[in-house]
Design a binder for this molecule. Structure first.
Ligand SMILES: *Cc1c(COP(=O)(O)O)cnc(C)c1O
Ligand SMILES: [Zn+2]
Length: 434
């Protein structure tokens, strides 16, 4: 890993060699989250927009020289990454905007954004020769780790709150993980998992603790900028002279622990350091009103270290976090890019599920639709300009939580096998599912 310079503590600034510490800066207990520092000059000699334009690998591993892994580490076979970035003109028009894209992370192997991080977790754990990998999860991080581990036959133990949606728990069981359902909230599962990892010597993938998870998640930013550029260049033959990519003006992302938004920020910072994009997009973090610790911290201007746990409740289970584990990176993403935090109610999140699906064809779970609900609110509050190029991350597939999706739509019409009944159903004003 000659391209990794150090692991830098985000609290005290101390720097460590990657072989010196496994997870956090030892000076702050478990809170000392570190950030991977790179030698961008070296990386810039190994990879460029032009070489990528010729690269046919459509997984996150196309960006391998930018990832903190050994050059010869084996990679899991599931195709993680390069999810579609759809132009959504009808959605845009409905909001009075000109340029809106939706990135559909529901297309990942385990159907959420978390596969980007778990893919890296599996590579790092295997570099360490770990026998068991563990994580706590609201559901998706676990399902992602479970799937990626199954693809390479890696033993793993997953801690999730008992209340996680059945589809997510089913994924864990089907992929063959050891599943521990915790009577308590996600934050309780997080603590218990961390204790177990220490006691049993397991490799710990926990968000906001393992420094490599944001590094997997940052690949979404590379893809957004590369895909926006490729769309513009379609038909152009000569890509050898391609020096840089187009960045959007704003990216909307839903936030629980703050690792996804931190990863989005990290990817954009990499691209700025390499000179591949010219301006930093503004990052818009969207939180559920019942789980808005980062929104509150941003609005009141306190630091991540001053935050205290809240009692989190939201229908968007994937973004329910009492004390966001990656709060340092989560706050920095918005503050350093001149973005904003936005909060949306559970009703607004539920309404966003069919609105996003009908306007773009992308069916999102509540936490995924929350990002779109945040865009709707940002438009209402005049936080965005109609000409801006806006990307909405749909972080998880709607089939993950059909109970919530069904609450957002009416009931279907049921008829006897009789055409007259169909006629009545079509014309009879009782068509609730419009
Ligand atoms: C995990 C997750 C998020 C939020 O990610 P954090 O890193 O916890 O902020 C958003 N949407 C979905 C679907 C997720 O699984
Ligand atoms: Zn430190």
């Amino acid at each position: 890993m000659d391209h990794v310079k150090s692991l830098k503590c985000l609290i005290c600034g101390a720097e460590y060699r990657p072989d010196e510490i496994e997870y956090v800066c030892p000076k702050h207990g478990d809170d000392g989250i570190v950030d991977v520092q790179y030698d961008y000059e070296l990386i810039g000699r190994r990879i460029s927009p032009a070489t990528l334009a010729e690269n046919r690998d459509t997984t996150i591993w196309r960006y391998r020289p930018l990832l903190p892994i050994e050059p010869d580490s084996p990679l899991p076979p599931l195709t993680v990454g390069w999810t579609p970035l759809y132009r959504a003109d009808r959605l845009a028009a409905g909001l009075g905007l000109k340029h809106v894209w939706v990135k559909d992370e529901g297309r990942q192997p385990s159907a959420s954004f978390k596969d980007r991080a778990s893919a890296l977790a599996v590579v790092k754990a295997q570099e360490r020769g770990a026998e068991v990998i563990t994580t706590s999860s609201t559901g998706n991080a676990g399902a992602a780790l479970s799937a990626l581990c199954a693809s390479v036959g890696q033993k793993n133990v997953i801690f999730v709150p008992e209340s996680a949606p059945p589809a997510k728990i089913t994924q864990l069981l089907v992929y063959g993980s050891t599943v521990i359902l915790v009577r308590g909230a996600y934050d309780d599962a997080f603590e218990l998992c961390a204790e177990a990892a220490k006691a049993f010597g397991w490799y710990n993938r926990n968000t906001g603790y393992n420094p490599y998870m944001s590094e997997g998640k940052k690949t979404a930013s590379y893809e957004i900028c590369e895909q926006l550029t490729v769309a513009d260049l379609r038909g152009l033959r000569n890509l050898e002279g391609l020096k840089g990519w187009d960045a959007p003006d704003r990216i909307f992302v839903s936030v629980g622990d703050g690792c996804v938004i931190g990863g989005i920020h990290k990817g954009l910072k990499d691209l700025m350091a390499l000179g591949w994009i010219k301006a930093m997009p503004k990052i818009m973090g969207v939180q559920a009103a019942g789980s808005a610790a980062l929104y509150d911290a941003w609005r009141t201007g306190i630091s991540a270290m001053q935050m205290t746990p809240i009692d989190a409740h939201t229908i968007a289970d994937s973004i329910s976090a009492g004390l966001p584990a990656d709060r340092i990176k989560g706050l920095a993403a918005v503050r350093e890019t001149d973005g904003a935090y936005i909060k949306v109610t559970d009703d607004e999140i539920l309404a966003a599920i069919p609105a996003l699906a009908r306007g773009s064809g992308v069916f999102a779970e509540p936490a995924g639709a929350a990002a779109y609900a945040g865009l709707v609110k940002a438009v209402e509050q005049s936080l965005v300009h109609p000409d801006e190029r806006i990307v909405v991350l749909s972080t998880g597939n709607g089939l993950k939580d059909i109970a919530s999706a069904r609450k957002s739509v009416g009931e279907p019409v049921v008829v006897d096998k009789d055409l007259a009944a169909v006629k009545r159903a079509l014309g009879g004003g009782r068509q609730e599912n419009k």
